[in-house]
Design a protein around this ligand. Structure first.
Ligand SMILES: NC(=O)c1ccc[n+]([C@@H]2O[C@H](COP(=O)([O-])OP(=O)(O)OC[C@H]3O[C@@H](n4cnc5c(N)ncnc54)[C@H](OP(=O)(O)O)[C@@H]3O)[C@@H](O)[C@H]2O)c1
Length: 272
């Protein structure tokens, strides 16, 4: 069984690769730039670009299970190439596919649902690792500045999300399902900052920003304009379900999802 992981060099995909390797599976990774891909030696790295389906044909050869992104770029644009990618996967002999969705019902999601593949659509509401974006500000000033401070998110540890992906791809039994994959609790950014403070042994401040203040700060940090627009629009329009905890991690993997406090403890050195 060769499993192709797209997004394998990214935050979430690299955790999927690690989880599959730990379980002893043969992993192939798709990247647009093999020379820059920093992946474990056991991984077969193949170049391809999901926006150009023909470039992915080589990577799909001999693959039976596929972890597929549904969107790319700083503004998380849905992949318009979804139907072609799904068709090429079918032709190559792929039987099982996990789709990493952003929650949008885009071309990839629609194409897998219309196919005869064993598809499972997985939405990580928000991953705890996104809090690493606060590390520098915590280290240098003991403060986190963010807009939408009242938002509650049931963030999931990428290791738990990756374990769900790996279980679904390898064991099957989840065909035709769409899962929201969350951690065990819904927290505000201020709750998370408190947990990081406890992990590093310091009291940290949380400052809520307006949209304009956030835009200025993120520009100064070098964020691309489309990434800023994406984040502000997302947090302004996000449905309350982002704060609803699900039991998917436990049901699929059999283990309880990690809390944010545990995640913060494991990553404390990055904030100290
Ligand atoms: N972070 C979250 O909380 C969250 C929540 C829900 C959904 N998502 C979705 O999950 C996906 C991955 O998130 P992440 O945080 O792991 O992102 P990330 O760290 O920024 O990594 C992005 C990955 O996408 C790959 N990629 C980008 N454009 C590509 C293209 N045209 N063809 C092939 N590969 C391409 C990159 O590979 P190379 O650069 O090596 O080619 C890289 O591996 C994103 O699509 C995001 O929308 C994220």
């Amino acid at each position: 069984m060769t499993i192709l992981v797209t997004g394998a060099t990214g935050t979430i995909g690299s955790a999927v690769v690690d989880e599959l390797l730990r379980a002893g599976h043969r992993v192939r990774a798709l990247t647009r730039n093999a020379a820059a891909a920093d992946l474990p030696d056991q991984v077969e790295v193949v170049e391809g670009d999901l926006t150009e389906p023909r470039s992915v044909e080589v990577a799909l050869r001999g693959v039976t299970a596929l972890h597929l992104l549904s969107a790319t770029g700083d503004d998380h644009v849905p992949l318009a190439t979804g139907p072609r990618l799904v068709e090429l996967a079918r032709q190559a002999g792929v039987r099982r596919v996990t789709v990493l969705t952003t929650g949008a019902d885009g071309p990839v999601e629609q194409a897998v649902r219309a196919s005869d593949l064993e598809w499972t659509i997985l939405l990580p509401i928000d991953v705890m690792a996104n809090a690493l974006g606060w590390a520098e500000s915590v280290r240098t000033g003991g403060v986190v500045r963010e807009p939408y401070g009242g938002r509650l998110t049931a963030s999931v540890d990428i290791a738990d999300f990756a374990a769900v992906v790996a279980t679904v791809l390898v064991d099957g039994g989840h065909a035709g399902k769409s899962y929201r994959v969350t951690g065990p609790e819904a927290l505000t950014p201020a709750d998370k900052v408190r947990a990081i403070g406890a992990a590093v042994g310091r009291e940290l401040d949380f400052v809520e920003l307006t949209d304009e203040q956030a835009r200025e700060l993120w520009r100064a940090e070098g964020w691309p304009e489309e990434g800023i627009d994406f984040m502000l629009t997302m947090w302004a329009t996000v449905p309350p379900t982002v704060g609803v905890v699900t039991s998917v991690v436990k049901e699929v993997t059999g283990r309880s999802p990690r809390t944010f406090a545990e995640w913060a403890g494991e990553h404390a050195r990055l904030f100290a």
